[in-house]
Design a protein around this ligand. Structure first.
Ligand SMILES: *Cc1c(COP(=O)(O)O)cnc(C)c1O
Length: 416
C-alpha cells in the first residue's frame, strides 16, 4: 500500500500544524525518519564536529555541536510545536535558560517578578543579576500592582503560574496587557503545568521557559531547560547567547528528552487525575488543615484555571497543611509507601517533600510564612501510578503520622 505523500505519518519534516492535536504533534513534530536508513527513531548523533566539502561549506546543516546538532534541533522543534511557538532553544538546565534570558538584558535594566518564584530563579535574580546591574522588584500580587512598579527601565516581567509550593495562579493575559502597554516583555515559567495543560504564548506571554528536567522529560533522568517564543528578534539575541554562553544540553540528553516528550500528554493527564483524586481525599480528611490545588472548586483562583488550563485541569502538583505541625509533616513524608521523599517533580513516580526543610529552607521563616510556606506544609508531585493506590497510601500515612503525634502528646496537638 502506498501512503500519499502528504500523509501526516509519512512526510518529513513533520512541521507543526494547527491541523493536528497535541498527542499527534508530541509524537511526530521534529521526528523525521532518518533519510539514509529510514530509521523510524532518530539516531543519537554524538559527533562534535561535521565534515565540510570546502572551507565554510559544510556537507549538511551542521558544523560544530555546541552551535547546533541534529538531536537538539529535533527536540527544540518538538517543544516549539507543543508551545505554539515559532522557535525554541534548549539549555543545559532550566536555570541556564533563566540565566540566558537575564543575560540578554542591558546593564541598568529593571525586572518585575512574582514573589514566590522557584528558589533558583530567586537566587539568580537577587545574587547574580544584581552583579550585572539588573535590578529585580518582587511583588506578591502582580496583577494588582504591576502598573505601579513599571518604570522607564523595566524590560521584563517574570511570572510563575502555578507558584511553588502554594499553587497560586496568575492571570497571564491581565499581566501581559499591562506590561505590553508599556513595551515590557512577559516571561512565564511553565514548568509546573507543561505545555499540555497551559500554553502561555496563547495568553499573551512573549517567552515561555521550562525546566525540561520535570514534566517534559518526565522520567527523572535528564537535567535540561528550554525557552520558546515567536519573535525573530528574541531568536537572534537568545540563540547568539545560547552559543556564546555554551550552556547547551548534550546530544544524548536531547534524544532522551525528545523520547520523554512523546508521551507528555498521557503522563500529564494521568498525573493531573491522580493529583485531583488525592486532593479530594485530603480535603475531606480530619487530619488536614488546608489543601492547595487549582483543580479543586475551593481554590481561590479556580476561575483562572478554568480560563487558562486545558479542560480546567489542576496539574500534577499539590500541597497541604497537616494537623500536628512540623513533626507530623516530617513523619508523613517518611510513612508513605509509594511516594518517595525527595526534591524535584514531574516524573512518572510520585514524590513527597517538606518545603520548609528542603526546597524552601533557604528562605527566612517570616518571609516563607508570609507566602503560606508553613512548617506543616507538605508538597506532593503526583506520578502516573494508580489513583486508588495513591489515595490509600496518603490516607494510611496521614492516620499514622497524626495518631503518633497525638498519642505522644508532642507539639501541643489535641487529637482533633
Ligand atoms: C526545577 C525548576 C527550575 C530550574 O530548573 P533546573 O533544570 O533544575 O535548572 C525552574 N523553575 C521551576 C518552576 C522549577 O521547578
Amino acid at each position: 500500500m502506498t501512503v500519499p505523500a502528504e500523509h501526516p505519518l509519512q512526510t518529513p519534516p513533520r512541521a507543526p500544524s494547527p491541523l493536528y492535536g497535541f498527542g499527534t504533534l508530541a509524537v511526530h513534530a521534529g521526528a523525521p525518519h532518518d533519510p539514509t536508513t529510514g530509521a523510524v527513531i532518530e539516531p543519537i548523533s554524538l559527533s562534535t564536529t561535521f565534515a565540510q566539502h570546502g572551507v565554510g561549506k559544510p556537507v549538511g546543516a551542521y558544523e560544530y555541536s555546541r552551535s547546533a546538532n541534529p538531536n537538539r534541533d529535533n527536540f527544540e522543534q518538538a517543544v516549539a510545536a507543543l508551545e505554539h511557538a515559532k522557535h525554541a532553544l534548549a539549555f543545559a538546565s532550566g536555570s541556564a535558560a533563566t540565566a540566558t534570558i537575564l543575560q540578554s538584558l542591558a546593564s541598568g535594566s529593571h525586572v518585575i517578578s512574582v514573589s514566590d518564584v522557584y528558589g533558583g530563579t530567586h537566587r539568580y535574580f537577587t545574587q547574580v543579576a544584581k552583579a550585572h546591574g539588573v535590578k529585580v522588584t518582587f511583588t506578591p500580587q502582580i496583577e494588582v500592582d504591576i502598573a505601579e512598579h513599571i518604570t522607564d527601565s523595566t524590560k521584563l516581567v517574570w511570572i510563575e503560574s502555578p507558584s511553588n509550593p502554594t499553587l497560586r495562579l496568575v492571570d497571564i493575559r491581565a499581566v501581559a496587557t499591562a506590561a505590553h502597554a508599556r513595551g515590557v516583555l512577559v516571561v512565564v515559567d511553565n514548568t509546573f503545568l507543561s505545555p499540555y495543560i497551559q500554553n502561555p504564548l496563547d495568553h499573551g506571554a512573549d517567552i515561555v521557559v521550562h525546566s525540561v528536567t520535570k514534566y517534559i522529560n518526565g522520567h527523572s533522568d535528564v537535567v535540561m531547560g528550554l525557552a520558546a517564543f515567536n519573535s525573530e528578534d528574541l531568536k537572534a539575541r537568545l540563540s547568539f547567547l545560547q552559543n556564546a554562553g555554551g550552556a547547551v544540553p548534550s546530544a544524548f540528553d536531547s534524544w532522551l528528552a525528545h523520547r520523554g516528550v512523546k508521551t507528555l500528554h498521557l503522563r500529564v493527564r494521568q498525573s493531573s487525575n491522580n493529583a485531583l483524586a488525592v486532593a479530594k481525599a485530603l480535603e475531606t480528611s480530619p487530619y488536614v488543615v488546608a489543601v492547595n490545588y487549582p483543580g479543586l472548586d475551593s481554590h481561590p483562583h479556580r476561575h483562572i484555571a478554568i480560563k487558562q488550563h486545558r479542560e480546567g485541569m489542576g496539574g500534577g502538583m499539590l500541597s497541604f497543611r497537616i494537623k500536628g505541625g512540623r513533626i507530623a509533616a516530617e513523619r508523613f513524608c517518611q510513612l508513605t509507601k509509594i511516594y518517595t521523599l525527595a526534591e524535584s517533580l514531574g516524573g512518572i513516580e510520585s514524590l513527597v517533600e517538606l518545603p520548609s526543610g528542603m526546597t524552601h529552607a533557604g528562605i527566612p521563616k517570616d518571609q516563607r510564612e508570609a507566602v503560606g510556606v508553613f512548617d506543616d506544609l507538605v508538597r506532593i508531585s503526583s506520578g502516573i501510578e494508580e489513583a486508588e493506590d495513591l489515595v490509600r497510601d496518603v490516607e494510611q500515612a496521614l492516620a499514622r503520622a497524626v495518631s503518633e503525634i497525638s498519642s505522644n502528646g508532642v507539639n501541643g496537638y489535641s487529637g482533633n
